[in-house]
Structures are given as C-alpha cells and as structure tokens.
Design a protein around this ligand. Sequence first.
Ligand code: ADP
Ligand code: MG
Length: 241
Amino acid sequence: MSAMQKQMQKEMPKQSPKEVINIQGLHKTYVLDGVQVHALRGIDLTLHQGEYLAIMGPSGSGKSTLMNIIGCLDVPDQGSYWLNGQDVTKMHSDALAQVRNRELGFVFQNFNLLARTSAVENVETPLIYAGVAKAERRRRAIDMLQRLGLAERLYHLPNQLSGGQQQRVAIARALVTRPSLLLADEPTGNMDSATSAELLTLLAKLNLEDGLTIALITHEADVAAKAQRKVTLIDGQLEHN
Ligand code: ADP
Ligand code: MG
C-alpha cells in the first residue's frame, strides 16, 4: 500500500451503521370475497442498527400488515425486503422460520406467555427451537430475567405476576436469542398508564444502553414520541415525519 493510499484510508469516513431493514416498493393486496384491499401501496423503509423507530397510523392503515412482513410472518406481492443483507422475499418457509428465530424478537400486545409455565421456562422456549443445550438455556434465561429486574420472580407463573412484570418476561423471551431487531406491535395497548410508562422506559434504555434496534407500532402519539424516529402509515403509504 502506498503512502497516499494509507493516508486516504485514514481519512475515510467511519462506516455508517449496518442496514437492518431495507424495504423498497413493497405492495400487499388482500382479496376477500372477490374484493381487493390494497393494504400496502409502495412502501420504502430503511432501518439502521441501533435505531428506534415508531410506526404510527390509524386503524386499518396497514400497520400490522407491514409488521407481519417485517417479521417474516407474511410475504409481500411486490417489492423487495432485505433483512440484515439477506433477501427474505426469496426464502422458503424453513429458512424464514430460522431467520425469525435467529434475527427477530417479537413483543405482542397480550404478552402470549404460556400460562402454566414459570417465567424462566417461558424465556427458555425460543432457545429450545434454537437448539441451545439445557443448562445453557437456563443460564441465559436467568441472566436475561435478572437484567430486566425479575431476579426475584424466576419461578412465578404468569398469573402470579403484574401486567408490567408479564410484559418484562415477554421482552426477556424476545431478547434471550440475542435478536438483531425487536418488533413490538402495540405493546402498550392493554396497559394502564404507569405500566405503559415503565415499558417505554425499559425499551428506551435497551436502545440507548445496549444499542438494541427496535421497530414499534403504535397509534398513540405519546408512545411514538419516545422513539428516535417516527413514520406514519396512511392508507398503505408511508409519510416520513
Ligand atoms: P392496522 O394494523 O393499521 O389496523 P392492518 O394491516 O391490520 O391495519 O389492515 C390493513 C387493511 O387490510 C385493512 O383495511 C384490513 O381490513 C385489511 N386486511 C388486513 N388483513 C386482512 C386479511 N387477512 N384479509 C383481508 N383483508 C385484510
Ligand atoms: Mg394492527
């Protein structure tokens, strides 16, 4: 390498953060009783590592449709979706299931915890699918619950926990596989305002301190205000605010 090349390399700008999501020209149309519903009409969206994005929009604007595609639970009819540099629209269902398990963490409105199963066993579940050995599963589940402030609640059942604690178990379960992206669809939807504030503080902390990349769906402006970046869906099209 010449002296000049070395000098140029030194002066090269630092590489920008990795693209987690790259969506271009995405369309999704449902047909119900012969009637077409254009749920998504040409979505372009990128999300970089470490960003915290809120996707807003009124009911019926296409939020869940977009989230299901981002979460590899559904496929678009048109357009491209690259997740961490992989074209997921070209993948078959087995590969998609692997991508979901390895790259994505999901948080749902109703927590979706297994009822007669302790907090620690709930958190271990995705590690079973990931093929992690039993002792290691337990170690990682306990570690994640401790990090989320549930060290004293490891063996409680969901119905022995408060709503906020249940949501933290659900987040621990979403994060225990170390996903590159956390997806949350209306996570505060069923919560009282104190529990909702607690959850939002936790998400902001995970984003700021651990660099967790987050895409959160909400129709509430005060929830979206806690994110670093906001976009709004209107009739299947995105407005970047
Ligand atoms: P949001 O989550 O913003 O409320 P959705 O993505 O659920 O919006 O829905 C967007 C549009 O697509 C709505 O008009 C809805 O009725 C329609 N839709 C959603 N899912 C289906 C489906 N499985 N079959 C037919 N229409 C659907
Ligand atoms: Mg929805």
